[in-house]
Design a protein around this ligand. Structure first.
Ligand SMILES: [Zn+2]
Ligand SMILES: [Zn+2]
Length: 147
């Protein structure tokens, strides 16, 4: 099976991961909203021995929330992209799936911390959806996943 790899926006940090995963989930907690800058994190959780930095590990910054038992965040010091982080107890690695460059061979199975979701959030199929941008393309229907 080919390596499943990811990288930051500038490309200086690269990593690889190996299934099976402990979880793949969208997290709507306020911490994930802050670190992702978006409505939710989409995170793959796996054991540390299934994660490897390939390049640029020295360019990875880390911030730990003092009062948190698990939560931390890692990021590229050059471009600021979120990157995989080891939990403060060192038991699992949290991989922001948006940084993957290859398919992870899995999809999210659950939304967590929904009680903390931003009030402005709308589910994707509640919004007009364009292949690129309005004006350059016509709205398209969101195709449901295989079911
Ligand atoms: Zn970078
Ligand atoms: Zn979260």
């Amino acid at each position: 099976m080919p390596d499943i790899t990811g990288s930051c926006l500038c490309g200086q940090v690269q990593y690889s991961i190996r299934p099976p995963y402990m979880a793949f989930q969208n997290c709507f907690c306020s911490r994930c909203r802050k670190t992702s800058g978006s409505a939710h994190g989409s995170n793959i959780i796996l054991p540390p021995d299934q994660f490897t930095w390939l390049t640029g590990e020295n360019e990875v910054g880390r911030f730990e929330i003092p009062e948190a038992q698990h939560f931390a965040t890692c990021f590229c010091k050059r471009c600021g992209s979120s990157l995989p982080w080891l939990t403060q107890r060192g038991t699992t690695v949290v991989v922001p799936a948006g940084t993957l460059d290859t398919l992870p061979d899995a999809t999210p199975t659950q939304n967590i911390f929904w009680d903390s979701h931003a009030a402005w959030y709308r589910l994707p199929d509640q919004l007009e959806t364009y292949p690129t941008v309005p004006g350059k393309s016509q709205p398209t229907e969101i195709k449901r996943g295989k079911d």
